[in-house]
Write a protein that binds this ligand. Structure first.
Ligand SMILES: CC(C)(COP(=O)(O)OP(=O)(O)OC[C@H]1O[C@@H](n2cnc3c(N)ncnc32)[C@H](O)[C@@H]1OP(=O)(O)O)[C@@H](O)C(=O)NCCC(=O)NCCS
Length: 180
């Protein structure tokens, strides 16, 4: 399978469109969403400490996401509402340390919490991950006190596998897994 097939380009669910970033088209909505979401994300996403970055920096980031998707190394996707096309947040379906593992990540703007959007996205990403016959396991990493993120993993059927230090984060993370 070629690398570009590791990362999906578009997934539609009942209420969502998950698709690869289109930097020039998406940068204004991405920048605006980060400006209003930075404080909400900061405790849980190490990269958000430096947010909100400038519009130009966000454009660079989205272009980097496109390059990673083409290489098949990282699978960051925009999460839009199917209803009105609004950007809600972002998810990722990433290749992990072994070919049979994929990792899912997610964040949502605070005003869109509480409606099950991310659970719906994670369920769809999990289905897509297992369509690749090589994939045996999907993982989610959460910070131990991140109750909202843990609830998403549980609702999507993941089980707690333990604590791992084997990440880029500075703190031990809870590892949640779903096996094929
Ligand atoms: C983690 C995060 C994405 C969770 O957002 P969320 O809105 O709680 O998650 P969902 O979109 O799946 O919505 C679930 C909520 O909607 C409710 N809900 C309503 N309709 C629903 C439906 N059809 N299906 C599932 N849940 C539904 C659930 O009961 C739940 O509400 P509750 O928390 O009051 O019990 C969000 O808090 C966030 O972005 N946090 C900061 C970044 C972060 O921590 N990312 C994860 C790093 S590992």
């Amino acid at each position: 399978m070629s690398p570009e097939h590791t990362v999906p380009s578009r997934i539609e669910t009942e209420r969502l469109v998950l698709r690869r970033w289109e930097p020039e088209k998406d940068v204004d909505s991405y920048h605006a969403l980060l400006v209003t979401s930075a404080e909400h994300l900061r405790p849980w996403m190490p990269w958000a400490r430096d947010e909100p970055l400038t519009r130009a920096e966000h454009l660079d980031w989205l272009r980097q996401c496109v390059r990673w998707a083409a290489e098949g190394t990282k699978g960051y996707l925009a999460m839009h509402s199917r209803d009105d096309g609004r950007l809600l947040g972002s998810v990722g379906l990433h290749p992990a340390r072994e070919v049979e593992i994929r990792e899912i990540g997610y964040w949502l703007a605070p005003q869109h919490q509480g409606r099950g959007y991310v659970t719906e996205a994670v369920e769809a990403l999990t289905r897509v991950a297992f369509e690749d016959p090589r994939v045996r396991r999907v993982e989610i990493l959460t910070m131990p006190e991140n109750a909202a993120a843990i609830a998403v993993a549980r609702r999507a059927g993941f089980r707690h596998r333990g604590i791992t230090h084997d990440t880029h984060a500075e703190v031990p993370m809870d590892l949640w897994i779903l096996e094929a």
